[in-house]
Design a protein around this ligand. Structure first.
Ligand SMILES: Nc1nc2c(c(=O)[nH]1)N[C@H]1C(S)=C(S)[C@@H](COP(=O)(O)OP(=O)(O)OC[C@H]3O[C@@H](n4cnc5c(=O)[nH]c(N)nc54)[C@H](O)[C@@H]3O)O[C@H]1N2
Ligand SMILES: Nc1nc2c(c(=O)[nH]1)N[C@H]1C(S)=C(S)[C@@H](COP(=O)(O)OP(=O)(O)OC[C@H]3O[C@@H](n4cnc5c(=O)[nH]c(N)nc54)[C@H](O)[C@@H]3O)O[C@H]1N2
Ligand code: SF4
Ligand SMILES: [Mo]
Length: 748
């Protein structure tokens, strides 16, 4: 795709940053059903599917002409998309036809990290993996094999291998991302299925959420709707993000956000601004919270956060006045500090103080079809998505290496599905609590994605076996023994998945074109074939993916035709559904806490950490000459996944280090200077970007650059790899801690 064409549908936001939601408010106007119809006419065929340029899996319409993908747009049948798509989503053909994708399975021939591989057949690759895994299992037990993947539909197939081996050590990426938030949801509401109705809010506060660069098309559109309707946005961010530019920017001192939240509660209680009726009717433990925030005055919070007390009071009063259509956002990437989970719990409590639960413009419980079964008013809509039934798996012989699930310890709070990925490198290096000898990695790049790159590489070098399945020769693949090429999402069908929000919603990813590189395969096939080689065939009871989908749908009483026509299914005629929409005392039947109330005081957290009510802790602050190092997402790239995609690489090939003008001056650093960033024993070269848009004590870079696989020929060596500098300390619930590293700077 030519850059010119690509940019036509994209939108530049404040400061020249690409916001890029084509179709919403662009020069081209929204993609109305009529315009979509015109696009369909131009192309031979439209396939409804879902995007995978990031894990949001937005529903899309893929236009295909003569067997080639010519354009991708948001699925116009989905009101949450309305035809809109972000820049990354539109870059789909650029990934699909990239000659730098991996095209054949490969086995390493040189030393790990030397980059020498030979191309092999799938048969040879499976044989190599099966034989070497068998050796590891015989010598060290099944638990010495670890699986790591970015959470997603591939997990059903990938993790079947792990379950069949009988290892407890399966990890998702979540402890680097939203896990502390999940812990807070679970311990406050009893379930992780909590979301926010941004579009109908009147007042929205972000404590570290950047909707216009950390994009999720439906969410970003909803925040745009709120702003267009005159809603107010307040953004606490140490740097001037695109989102901060659309509201009131409060450059908070990072790691002190909990002080702001506690002060909000203190003000609302002392000025009698909170929703007493809601708190009394629906919550448990408010007294303990009131006691704990009693001395958290605006004066105190000003000293902690650096935000003037007048501002804290004003924002709190405005927030309370907008109740219940006021949201204190709970964040998305919430792995900032060691006690991040307490910040997330406190945020939820303050939301409950304005009674914004299950009403328009507030927080709500996801209305998944299965969950709604038998729910008042929803009878007949309860089509729970079935699964493919598997025979029983062997029980793992040992507990997990990260202590997940151990009662009476913080591990009790870690979601069992996810674990603490940061422990994997540690255990691999130290052999404690027991040796880890093999890693299987799917759609995940821990070398760049998790803190302390050099430690991750050192751990990999100690392994007996590492297998990586990706679409590129990533930094992790580069250090692997076997590299398996998956085909892209445009070339594969996957199982139906649940995208429910205020109504149930199911989406099907459908193959749009034939394989561009015939020796690539989808995950459902790779792991079935590998499983069969290993004697685990019985755990893959499906013929192919169509058979898998039909087994799912039959149980839900649906057919694939529904998805072929529109790409998604929502109960016909069903409107967004708020449990307290008309009755402010309606029963919250979906609440899954033991108390059947919203747990402001959580027995479970008390048992695990002794802090059933959030407690404020001061974190160390940077000393003279030091800066706190923070990171974030950029609109035109995904985490560490798209930096080599031709058109996205062209849009943004590298990153810079944001430094406050006055701070840089003191060090004699000018805009554009080459610099060295030092964090303890680690150093990284980079380029300085001088700006007023960051606190003087903080520096920032966009994540995912500074790539170390030379096979990523466009992205290799460009910019700063933040995770080379960040410490791999773990937070209380096993989360990584991305805002707790200090750096010093010098001119290169
Ligand atoms: N375009 C694009 N969209 C994405 C992604 C992407 O890579 N690119 N990734 C997706 C994923 S996986 C996720 S998790 C979400 C993430 O979405 P967000 O969580 O919104 O994204 P981040 O950029 O990680 O963080 C948001 C803001 O927090 C600020 N920040 C960093 N550290 C601190 C701190 O200590 N305190 C405070 N107050 N602010 C801080 C950053 O400057 C940034 O502006 O985005 C998703 N959408
Ligand atoms: N310091 C620091 N570290 C961070 C962050 C940060 O802001 N700062 N962000 C954190 C966050 S929020 C997250 S979610 C993680 C994300 O970390 P990752 O999960 O590693 O990042 P992704 O970019 O989502 O994608 C991972 C891999 O998936 C591959 N991939 C893409 N499509 C396919 C496919 O169809 N099949 C296969 N097999 N592979 C595919 C990509 O090539 C890429 O290598 O990183 C975290 N790490
Ligand atoms: S947010 Fe963008 S890249 Fe991610 S799934 Fe949606 S359209 Fe694709
Ligand atoms: Mo994430």
């Amino acid at each position: 795709m030519k850059r010119r064409h690509f940019l036509k549908g994209a939108l530049y936001g404040t400061g020249g940053t690409l916001v890029a939601l084509s179709g919403v408010g662009t020069a081209m106007g929204p993609l109305t059903p009529r315009r979509a119809a015109a696009a369909v006419q131009e192309s031979e065929n439209t396939v409804y599917s879902s995007c995978e340029m990031c894990r949001n899996q937005c529903p899309v319409a893929i236009h295909v002409n003569k067997g080639k993908v010519v354009k991708v747009e948001g699925n116009p049948h989905d009101p949450a998309m309305g035809g809109a798509l972000c820049a990354r989503g539109q870059a789909a053909p650029s990934l699909l036809y990239d000659p730098q994708r991996i095209k054949k399975p490969m086995i390493r021939t040189g030393q790990r990290g030397e980059g020498k591989f030979k191309e092999v057949s799938w048969e040879e690759a499976y044989k190599y993996i099966a034989e070497n895994l068998k050796k590891v299992i015989e010598q060290n037990g099944g638990e010495s094999v670890a699986l790591a993947s970015r959470k997603g539909p591939h997990d059903w197939f990938f993790r079947t291998i792990g379950k069949a081996i009988g290892t407890p050590n399966m990890f998702s990426h979540e402890s680097t991302c939203p896990m502390t938030r999940a812990v807070a949801f679970h311990t406050t509401f009893g379930s992780e299925g909590i979301a926010a109705d941004f579009g109908n809010a009147k007042y929205l506060i972000s404590l570290n959420r950047n909707w216009f660069e950390g994009i999720h098309v439906p969410q970003t559109k909803a925040v745009m709707k709120m702003l267009n309707n005159g809603g107010k946005l307040v953004v606490l961010d140490p740097r001037f993000s695109v989102t901060a530019a659309k509201g009131e920017w409060l450059p908070v001192k990072p790691t002190t956000e909990l002080a702001f939240v506690m002060a909000m509660a203190q003000i609302m209680i002392s000025e009698n601004l909170y929703d007493k009726a809601f708190v009394e009717h629906y919550t448990e433990g408010f007294d303990k919270w009131a006691e704990s925030v009693q001395d958290k005055t605006p004066e105190w919070a000003e000293k902690e956060t650096g935000i003037p007390k007048e501002k804290i009071i004003k924002v709190t009063r405005e927030f309370a006045a907008a109740k219940p259509r006021a949201i204190l956002d709970f964040g998305w990437r919430t792995a900032l500090t060691s006690n991040d989970y307490q910040l997330r719990r406190a945020i939820l409590i303050v939301n409950m103080m304005v009674g914004n639960f299950e009403v328009p413009g507030g927080l709500y419980q996801v209305k998944a079809a299965g969950v709604l079964k038998g729910f008042p008013d929803q009878a007949g809509y309860a089509k729970a998505l079935g699964g493919v039934k598997q025979p029983g798996f062997p029980k793992p012989a040992k507990g997990r290496i990260d202590g997940t699930g151990v009662k009476g310890t913080p591990g009790q709070l870690i979601p069992a599905y996810d674990g603490a990925i940061g422990q994997l490198t540690e255990s691999t290096l130290t052999g404690k609590p027991y040796p880890i000898k093999a890693w299987l990695v799917h759609r995940f790049n821990p070398v760049i994605g998790i803190p302390e790159t050099e430690k991750t590489i050192a751990a990999i070098k100690k392994l007996d076996l590492i297998v990586t399945c990706d679409v590129y020769m990533t930094d992790t693949a580069y250090y692997s023994d076997v590299v398996l090429p998956e085909c892209t999402y445009l070339e594969r069908t996957e199982q139906v998945y649940d995208m429910s929000g205020l109504t149930p919603k199911y989406v099907l990813r459908q193959k749009a074109v034939d394989l561009v590189y015939p020796d690539t395969k989808p995950a459902w096939q790779i792991y079935k074939e590998l499983g069969e080689k290993m004697g685990y065939g019985k755990y893959f009871p499906y013929k192919d993916i169509n058979d898998f989908v039909s087994q799912q749908l039959t149980q839900a009483g649906l057919t694939v035709d529904v998805f072929k026509e529109k790409g998604l299914w929502t109960p016909p005629g069903m409107k967004p559904f708020y449990v307290r929409g008309t009755d402010p005392k309606a029963e919250l039947a979906l609440l899954a806490t033991k108390s059947k109330k919203i747990d402001i005081f959580s027995d479970e957290v008390q048992e695990a950490t002794g802090e059933g009510i959030p407690v404020y802790k001061q974190h160390p602050q940077p000393g003279e000459g030091q800066f706190r190092f923070v990171q974030g997402k950029v609109a035109v790239h995904t985490n560490d996944g798209t930096h080599n995609v031709p058109v996205l690489n062209e849009l943004m090939p590298t990153n810079t280090l944001w430094i406050n003008v006055a701070s840089a001056k003191k060090l004699g650093i000018h805009d554009g200077d080459n610099i060295i960033v030092v964090a303890g024993k680690y150093e990284h070269k980079g380029q300085a970007k001088l700006t007023e848009g960051i606190r003087p004590d903080t520096v920032f870079c966009y994540h995912g650059f500074g790539r170390i696989s030379p096979e990523l020929k466009r992205a290799y060596g460009k910019g700063i790899n933040d995770n080379k500098l960040i410490s791999d300390d773990l937070g209380v619930v096993g989360n990584s801690v991305s805002s707790m590293t200090f750096v010093t700077l010098r001119k290169a």
